[in-house]
Structure formats: C-alpha cells, structure tokens
Design a protein. Structure first.
Lengths: 259, 342
C-alpha cells in the first residue's frame, strides 16, 4: 500500500457522491410501487409521454437538419469571425432556458420581430402550440449537437476530402459519402445528447409554449403540475424521465464514460 | 501526346518553379530532399493548389479544379476511405464521374484482380496490410483511366521487406499504364527502379535531370552525389591535373580541359598508416573524422585536402586500429576517377 487516502479529500468526496445519488434513490424508495402500473398507463402520463417523445424527436430532426451543416461551416470554412460565431452558438448552452423562452417570444411571438409577419402573411402563430414546443426544445438543444458534431468534423482529416476530389467527387458527394460517414460517431453522440436535452426541456417550453395538456404539456411540465395536485403521479413521471436518462447514458457509455 | 506542365507556386519564403514534360507511358520521378517542393508540385498538378499551367495537345487544365482533372493520385498514406469496402473505394472514382453502379463495380473488380486482391473486395481498409492497402490505392487511382497518374511517396509507409515486393509489383503496373506518370519520392532506389527519367528538385528548382543511368554516373550536385554514394568535387582540369575548387589536386587518367565535375566511388579509396610507395597514384594525408559501419564495409569520413569518404573492409579497420583523430595516408588510382564537364 502506497499511503492511506487523506481524510480531507475522502470525506467531501463521499458527501458529494451521496448528494448526487441519494435523491435518485429517494425517488425509487418513495415510488408508489403498488399503483405504479396503473399510473404509468393512465391517460395523462401516456399523453405527456407521447407528446414529449414526439416533440423531442421533431426538435432533434430540426437540430440535425440545421445543426450538422452549421457544425460543418464552423469547422471547415474560413469565414471571418468564425471564433465569435462558435462562441455565439454556445450561448444557449449557458443561458437560463427561461431567458431563451422570453427571447423566442420576443422574436416569434404574435407581435414579435418575425412573428408579426408570420401572423400577417401566413396566419401562423407559434407560441402556445406544439410547434412552439418543438422550437423551444430545438433552441435549447441544438448547441449540444453542434458542439459534438463540430468536434468530429475538426478531428476528421481533410486530406480524405482531397483524395475524393482527385477521384472526381464534387463537394456535395464528398460530404455525403466521405466526410459524413467518417464523423458518424460524433453525429450519433450529438443526436443522443440533443434528444435527451430536448426531452428534459422545461424553462423555455413553459415560457414560449405554455402549459396546455395534450398540446404543450410535456413530461417535465407534467411533473411540475402533478407535484401540486397528485404527488404520486409526479414521482412516476420522474421515474420515467430517470429511466430515459439512464438509457441515454448507457447508449453513450463507450464514448463518454470509459474515456 | 506529351503533357506539358509549368508549375509556379509562391509561398512565404518558398518558390517552386518547375517545368515538366512527360511522354505517354513515361514514368518521371521527382526526386529531392524534404522541403524541396516535391509534394507542393504534386498538389499543384492535382489541382489541390493553385499555380499550375498544364496542357496536352488537346486541352489545358489551368482552370480545372481537382475534381475535373483527368488524374489519379496515390497518396503517401493511401487515404483509403475507412467506411467503405475495398471494392467501393476502387469504384468511388467511377461512381463520382457518373458510371452506373453495376458497371463501376465490374471495373473495380477487374482492377482489384489486376493488383491481386480479388478476394479482398469486401474487406474494410483497416483490415488490410500496408502492402495490400497500397495496391488498393493504386487500383483506385487507375480505375478511372486517368491521363496523369501521380504517386506521392507510394512506398514510404511500407516496411523494408514488403517494400521490395510492392516496388516490383508497382513497376509492373506502371509498365502497362499508357498514361503519364509522375512519381514523387525521396528514395533514390524507388526513382532508379521505377522511373524512365529522373528530375531532381532542390529548393523548388530543377538541379539535374536525366535517365537513372546518367544521374548515377554523373551527379551534378552534392545532394545527388550523396544519394548515389560517390565522392564529388568541382574543379578545373588541365590535361591530367584537376585543381579542386575546395583545395587539393588530383591526377586523372583521361586528360580533360576546363571546369569539370570529379567523381569516384568510396571503394576506390585505400588507406595506409604510412606513405605508400608507387607513383601513378594520388596520395595525401587526411584525418579520420568519422567511422560508420555498413553492411559489409566500413565507411570512413576523412578531413583533408580534399576531404574524402573511403569504404574499407572490416579487416582493414582492425589492422589500422582506426580512431577518430588518427592521421592516415589516402591513396587513389588515377584510373578510378571520372570527370565530366560542368
């Protein structure tokens, strides 16, 4: 044995570990196991769960369609001010989600900068709709995808793209057949993170999309609502979210935890 | 038709000015030390760098980006696409240029068979050995029937034992390839074995070109002389006397006049502890400055007037008890010295 572990470090470490794990354990201990199956398959839970999965998945698709090209631009182009752009893209990561929701309202609200024209010209109003939930989730979750995919693009050797060019491949074909497949692990990791973040989104959603059961009440909103009226339901919903989080972690285990 | 290329690339502190003419079926080796601009030249030819002016009798390529040029490139570390099978790698260029999938696969299969890898069609690049990957890269470059084949240090990534076999395979494929080939290498042996003509590049400029035989026999710079392993001097000849620019004189057998290059092999040099007897020889005193063991001989680096490299047997080393700093007599037969005009 080299030496005994110093108590000054071990004690706070154990407390820290307990602090992280005990609440999760408490959730399982307090769960109404007897009525759990009934709760789980009740209409409200099912509705919130379905809405959550749908919105998180749609938001993830939006993030993929817009975020992968954005990540490519940040990683590969020689745009002036690329560093600043990269910093701006990461702002939603640290921004309180409620602020994000307020910002979305200001821009896309019925009297917002862009929203007023959407309303006038197309009769489209996004706040307090399911589409609004998708937008709010995408806004908060996209930086997770962009950061992850951009890192993968930057790690990919650009000489493979040159090799593809000498074989006669256009930039678009090279991107599709050579670059994108080589960054696929990064895209998958980014997608999972993005989806998990969208699924747990609360602040921006409730600010921008409100809380209308069946329309905008996603799982986290349902948990918050249920806590006041039916604490058991809140616990059940929380356990479902916990399980999803653990599943996401398990999916990423090779890339994140072992590293 | 002959392919003419004029390459002019200027970067901070470096300028490449290289004119090349390559005949169909000809293999030209671009040989030079690291930093001479070989890879820059290859990238300019491929269209990956601006600054190339290329014309054949039919067309000019100046404005064409890499993907529009009729080229095939074998990169130093091959750059096979890791997510595709060997077959898909070889078929990629054909698919990119619009060949239908079935036909592209058939041509790719033919090329894999040509390089002896028919049974590796489904293999992913990372499962291939270095030599196999090199052959897939060659098949990929040749599958589109390019007019110009560019090889960037195609053997550098291989270990010594694989290298020998892959080199002779590569030579065979290049013989059958009807287009123009440019081989970039820093290895004189690759150039000697594979090329019909060698162009030697130093500091972005051509310092010598010729057939491998000419280059070996008549080097024109210290770099080339070092590559081919000869003692090399510049001097002025008057009959059978050559006054060397860096000091010393040598007696030669064949009379010559005016500025000349002087070469002789290190193996022609003998070393003695005392002044040797006999007169038709060149003899001078020199100090041992380095001793290096080679496979069957020992190379001795001697400082003197002139400085000289000598290859002697291990027996002689033992006999002389050679140590750096020893003073010895150098002797060299006049008939071993070769001179040619500068």
């Amino acid at each position: 044995m080299r030496s005994r572990l110093p108590v000054v470090l071990v004690l706070p470490a154990v407390i820290g570990l307990a602090f992280l794990l005990v609440p999760l354990a408490g959730l399982l201990v307090e769960a109404p196991w007897a009525t759990l199956p009934a709760q789980l398959f009740s209409a409200e839970v099912g509705q919130a769960l379905r809405l959550s999965l749908l919105c998180a998945s749609l938001a993830t698709i939006v993030c993929l369609v817009l975020g992968v090209p954005l990540a490519w631009l940040l990683a590969r182009s020689d745009l002036p001010g690329r560093g600043l752009l990269r910093a701006l893209v990461t702002v939603p990561l640290v921004l309180p989600p409620v602020v994000g929701g307020v910002a979305l309202l200001l821009v896309l609200g019925r009297r917002g900068l862009v929203g007023q024209y959407l309303d006038q010209w197309f009769g489209v109003s996004l706040p307090f709709t399911t589409a609004g939930v998708v937008l709010a989730e995408a806004f908060v979750a996209m930086p997770f995808l962009v950061i992850s995919v951009e890192g993968a693009f930057r790690a990919a050797d650009p000489r493979y793209e040159e090799a593809a060019a000498t074989l006669g491949a256009s930039r678009w074909l090279t991107f599709r057949r050579v670059t994108l497949p080589s960054v696929m692990p990064g895209v998958v990791a980014g997608t999972v993170l993005c989806w998990a973040r969208a699924l747990g989104e609360f602040g921006a959603t409730i600010t921008f999309a409100g809380n209308f059961p069946g329309k905008t009440t996603t799982m986290p909103l349902a948990v918050y609502l249920a806590l006041e009226t039916d604490p058991d339901a809140a616990i059940v919903l929380s356990i479902v979210l916990l399980l999803v989080s653990v599943a996401v972690l398990a999916g990423l285990r090779d890339r994140w935890i072992r590293a | 038709m002959t392919l003419h290329a004029e390459l002019r690339v200027h970067r901070a502190g470096f300028a490449l000015e290289l004119d090349l003419a390559i005949e169909p079926g000809e293999v030209v080796a671009l040989l030079g030390p690291n930093g001479a601009g070989k890879t820059t030249a290859l990238r300019a030819l491929a269209g990956l760098l601006p600054g190339s002016h290329i014309r054949t009798e039919e067309s000019t390529w100046d404005k064409l980006p890499a993907e529009k040029r009729p080229i095939g490139v074998v990169f130093q570390d091959y750059l096979l696409f890791a997510t595709m099978s060997a077959l898909d790698n070889v078929a990629f260029g054909l698919r990119a240029r619009g060949t239908r999938k079935a036909e592209a696969n058939e041509i790719a299969r033919h090329w894999l068979a040509q390089v002896g890898l028919a049974e590796f069609a489904k293999a992913k690049p990372r499962t291939l050995s270095g030599g196999q990957a090199q052959r897939v890269a060659l098949a990929r470059a040749l599958a589109t029937s390019p007019e110009l084949l560019l090889l960037d240090e195609p053997l550098a990534a291989l270990d010594a034992s694989t290298r020998l076999r892959v080199r002779s395979d590569l030579g065979r494929h290049l013989q059958h390839y009807p287009g123009h080939t440019l081989l970039v290498t820093h290895d004189p042996l690759d150039a000697m074995v594979l090329a019909d003509r060698i162009v030697i590049l130093e500091d972005g400029r051509v310092v010598q070109q010729g057939t491998p035989r000419e280059v070996v026999r008549q080097p024109r710079t210290d770099y080339v002389a070092h590559l081919v392993g000869l003692n090399f001097y510049r001097g002025v000849a008057e009959g059978t006397e050559v006054r060397l620019d860096d000091g010393g004189t040598l007696t030669i057998a064949e009379p010559a006049q005016g500025p000349v290059h002087v070469v002789f092999p290190p193996s022609a040099v003998s070393l003695y502890p005392d002044k040797p007897a006999g007169s038709p020889r060149n003899t001078w005193q020199a100090i041992v400055s380095g001793i290096e063991q080679h496979a069957h001989t020992t190379r001795v680096d001697l400082a003197g007037n002139p400085a000289v490299l000598a290859d002697i047997t291990t027996a002689t080393v033992a006999e002389l008890r050679l140590q750096p700093g020893d003073t010895l007599w150098v002797s060299l037969k006049a008939t071993e010295i070769h001179t040619y005009p500068r």
